[in-house]
Design a binder for this molecule. Sequence first.
Ligand code: ADP
Ligand code: MG
Length: 236
Amino acid sequence: ASSVEAYCRQHEISVSGDDVPAPFMTFESTGFSSEILREVHHAGFSAPTPIQAQTWPIALRSRDIVAIAKTGSGKTLGYLIPAFIHLKRLRSNNQMGPSVLVLSPTRELATQIQDEAVKFGRSSRISCTCLYGGAPKGPQLRDLDRGVDIVVATPGRLNDILEMRRISLRQVSYLVLDEADRMLDMGFEPQIRKIVKEIPTRRQTLMYTATWPKEVRKIAADLLVNPVQVNIGNID
Ligand code: ADP
Ligand code: MG
């Protein structure tokens, strides 16, 4: 317990919630599959980042999470690796629709997330596609029709495709709201709420934000169930 306390103090990790598991301070302690560990070593990573260390064991218990951390802290793999494990446990048929949905504020960020999912999910045979505005819908719809495990989307384009009834979110059981504060600043709250209405309430929801203002607290209270809150750094 004291090494956990020292680790959390050193990395400025604070957590609140029921039954919070200890962080995975090393990759060896994660129990990740050899496929995933191979990709991680291939990328040259020597240890989990603090947000990964603290959120991985929580996410693997299928708990909801709200994580407050600044950019560059490794949040993407923080939610993608548990998403891969979730998909493996589900063994769902992706022809029915994606099981994992990641909402991201911009095309650029969504594309980066997809790149990370493709790179780290390759040996686990995870498929991922990206939906964003400012590009023709045709190729995006064709990718969806082939069946994908993970959809990374900006709220505006996903909402358009939902209204066209070209995607079903009824299979989604793992929802990520990445950069939630930025999505709200960009005015995406109505689209986010419409999208979430299409997703079954029996799901795991993970929300990431750099800041913790009232609007973000409100949407977290509405969309998450008994979340564990993880803070990295000196944000109150
Ligand atoms: P954030 O979403 O918090 O801004 P990213 O997920 O984009 O951060 O990660 C920032 C960078 O750190 C990326 O280049 C990513 O590949 C790298 N990274 C992720 N996890 C680790 C790790 N455990 N060790 C070293 N680098 C990592
Ligand atoms: Mg990010």
